[in-house]
Design a protein around this ligand. Structure first.
Ligand code: ZN
Length: 113
């Protein structure tokens, strides 16, 4: 399961931050997850909950902000949400576009003490 290894990577990064910031308890880990990553948010939450048991993150909640795919059209310069993986400008129907969001997998912030 791909999400389980990602959950473990997130935990490792958070543990590094806990050391850096001298935190002993984490209540929540807020991440931003882009739709283009193909990562299933429910599976990631499940993997996280299963992996924090008996670590210093035990009890921490993973809060996932899902980021939609947005494109910016190179023809007309407008930006728009890409629905259903239709990479087509909703203003002028051009297919010449840049993806501007949707590839995120970032830890946004931690809530801890
Ligand atoms: Zn356009």
């Amino acid at each position: 399961m791909h999400e389980l290894s990602i959950a473990r990577e997130i935990i490792a990064i958070v543990q590094d931050e806990m050391n850096n910031l001298n935190l002993t308890k984490i209540e929540a880990v807020n991440i931003r997850l882009g739709a283009l990553t193909g990562i299933n948010a429910d599976a990631l939450s499940f993997g996280f909950e299963a992996s924090v048991v008996d670590t210093n993150l035990d009890g921490a909640e993973l809060i996932i902000e899902e980021v939609p795919i947005r494109g910016k059209c190179r023809s007309c310069g407008k930006d728009f949400e890409v629905a259903e993986f239709m990479f087509l400008c909703s203003h002028c129907s051009s297919t010449d576009l840049d993806v501007i969001t949707g590839e995120e997998l970032d830890i946004d912030h931690l809530v801890g003490s």
